[in-house]
Design a protein around this ligand. Structure first.
Ligand code: F6R
Length: 599
């Protein structure tokens, strides 16, 4: 959601900024803009729509060695050219891009800016106007600091001052921002991915810090103006990880990467003797908890539901799963010794982060399971487990989901083993079987494309049903289908249908049923019969050993606790092909953002 780039060096900034913004497209946006600063002043180009639309309006004759850019995902004001960043102060002296939300915008306007005419509907404009107001009586750096001290909310900011050439003023609070360090340049980026082609050396910024960035130095201060010394770290990103290669879409590439991700996870969590291992501190936090609260959003919360089963069955600890956006405002009565597990691919989701802040205020311990080392949720929790899934660029999460389930399985298993429970499970072997099964499924794409063609070409809705763990996978299948194909899709517990939902079934309604659990195999098949009798177009995806003649697809047999890792793949692929056939933008579905950094 929103992305910032900045460059200061010796090359033409425009192309570097635009390429960087293209790398941030995955985060979701609806307008974009850049500001290029040269001896003639600051030149602004912005446009509603895609980076390609912005490229079309950028004047190729403007050569500038300093610039800032932004992709905007509308929060305050519609997606439009006028609301697109960069925004300028009344005199045009200051130019600024901003990610985040300023919560006290109205108060600040009323107190300091009554005489200023605002051009856009954004909350961002208040920042740049405040800097201009204060700069009349002080140096730019002081005016910037004074402004930041007044802001409530989240921000990542990059700003140019027409009277201070050769400088980018940057700042961060709750929204990510990094400074990249090169031989004779510096870059500013929301995500190392945007600038990895330029450098792999990045300086992390902490909340409420500012940086004065020049071609050959970057000076960090806190909001009291005290100097902060921080060395760059090496971003371990492989440039090929963020390229599509020969794939038509990132989503398809990421679906295909799942077997490899599972193998990487096994390796990452094995010790020298091949046994699965997790930091002792994390395991003792697990063992010390009388209840675990999993907090997450969207796909990550669906992985959390599977994680509940795994932890309860393998580690014998009760687990509750909560949506972050609900938990924060309606906290349940907590047990005496809770442990919180935050699951977040990006590690930046604002809803989850706001719960983490409350949990820390209450003095409880928190573990983050994330794909992004150094992300906000990782830094702010007591412990982190990494997913090792590599960058996930398609908005629809696929490999991060399976990685989350696999890491939760390892966490549950190692905890159960540490507790002395006798577990009849060789998890390394079973995950190896899973990786092979995933490969088989990724090799059967035509089958899933055929299912999408048969069941979903003109569908206005689609139901996913399952019982037990299959129900949770159905929720994820429905989310995948709705978010990228825009078909209204819902996941239901098979047994619940007759309590209301079955009223929606009519002739031809697609119903996709999962049947991977022996204990409910009979009952889910009975539910399929109930909907088929009312005209539903049913598609059963079962597992070898539990299969029946009427099944549409039979998954390779895997351990019954780990079936989500394979049963989700047909659902991901069916969603992919349904979206493709409808001409939808698979990797960048409408209205969605990859990293949801506003509550
Ligand atoms: C759906 C999807 C979202 C995310 C959700 C949480 O495909 O990706 O539902 O799972 O926005 O994001 P993270 O995991 O980054 O906290």
């Amino acid at each position: 959601m929103c992305g910032i780039t900045g460059y200061i060096g010796t090359n033409d900034a425009k192309e570097i900024l635009l390429k960087g913004l293209e790398k941030l497209e995955y985060r979701g946006y609806d307008s974009a803009g850049i500001a290029a600063f040269n001896q003639d002043g600051i030149h602004i180009f912005k446009e509603k729509g895609r980076i390609a639309d912005l490229r079309a309006v950028v004047d190729g004759n403007v050569n500038a060695q300093t610039g800032i850019g932004q992709t905007r995902w509308a929060t305050h004001g519609a997606p439009s050219k006028i609301n697109a960043h960069p925004h300028q102060s009344a005199s045009g002296r200051f130019t600024l891009v901003h990610n985040g939300v300023i919560e006290n915008e109205s108060e600040l306007k009323a107190k300091y800016l009554q005489d200023v005419t605002f051009i856009s509907e954004t909350d961002t404009e208040v920042i740049v106007q405040l800097v201009e107001k204060f700069s009349k009586k002080m140096e730019t750096e002081e005016a910037f600091l004074k402004t930041l001290r007044l802001l409530n909310g989240s921000y990542a900011i990059a700003m140019l001052d027409a009277e201070t050439p050769g400088t980018i003023f940057a700042a961060k609070n709750k929204s990510p921002l990094l400074i990249g360090v090169g031989e004779d340049f510096h870059v500013v980026a929301s995500d190392a991915m945007a600038m990895i082609q330029m450098t792999d050396q990045f300086i992390e910024l902490m909340d409420k810090e500012i940086v004065i960035v020049k071609k050959d130095r970057a000076d960090i201060y806190n909001l009291n103006g005290e100097v902060i010394i921080r060395e760059p770290y090496r971003a371990e990103l492989d440039v090929t990880d963020i390229e599509k290669g020969t794939y038509p879409h990132y989503m398809l590439k990421e679906i295909d990467e799942q077997p490899l991700v599972i193998r990487k996870i096994i390796q990452a969590y094995q010790d020298g003797s091949g046994s699965l291992r997790i930091d002792d501190e994390i395991i003792s936090a697990m063992l010390g908890a009388d209840r675990i609260y999993i907090v997450a959003c969207g796909t990550s919360s669906h992985a959390g539901l599977v994680g509940k089963q795994l932890i309860e069955k393998l580690a014998d600890i009760p687990v509750e799963v909560h949506l972050a956006s609900e938990f924060g405002y309606n906290m349940p009565l907590l047990c005496e010794k809770p442990l919180f597990i935050f699951i977040s691919q990006s590690g930046e989701t604002a809803d989850s982060r706001s719960v983490l802040v409350k949990v820390k205020e209450l003095g409880y311990r928190a573990l983050t399971i994330t794909n992004v080392p150094g992300s906000t949720l990782s830094r702010e929790a007591d412990y982190t487990l990494l997913l090792h899934a590599g960058p996930e660029i398609a908005v629809a999460s696929t490999k991060a989901y399976t990685a989350q389930v696999a890491v939760l399985a390892i966490l549950a298993f190692v905890t159960g083993r540490a507790k002395g429970l006798s577990l009849d499970l060789d998890l390394v072997k079973e995950l190896g079987i899973i990786a092979n099964a995933m490969e088989t499924l990724c090799g059967a794409k035509e089958e899933f494309e055929q299912i999408a063609t048969e069941y979903l070409p003109a569908a206005i809705n689609c139901f996913f049903i399952g019982r037990s763990i299959d129900y949770f996978v159905g929720l994820e299948g429905a989310l995948k289908l709705k978010e990228i194909s825009y078909i209204q899709a819902e996941g239901f517990a098979g047994g619940e249908l007759k309590h209301g939902t079955i009223a929606l079934i009519e002739k031809g309604t697609p119903v996709i049923a999962l049947a991977t659990q022996a204990v409910v195999n009979g009952s889910i098949r009975a539910n399929v019969k109930e909907v088929a009798a009312r005209g539903a177009h049913t598609c059963i995806i079962s597992m070898k050993g539990l299969d029946a003649e009427e099944d549409r697809f039979i998954l390779p047999a895997v351990h019954e606790l780990l079936t989500p890792l394979v049963s989700v793949i047909p659902l991901q692929l069916i969603a992919y092909y349904a979206a493709l056939h409808r001409g939808c933008d698979v990797d960048k579905p409408r209205n969605l953002a990859k990293s949801v950094t506003v509550e």
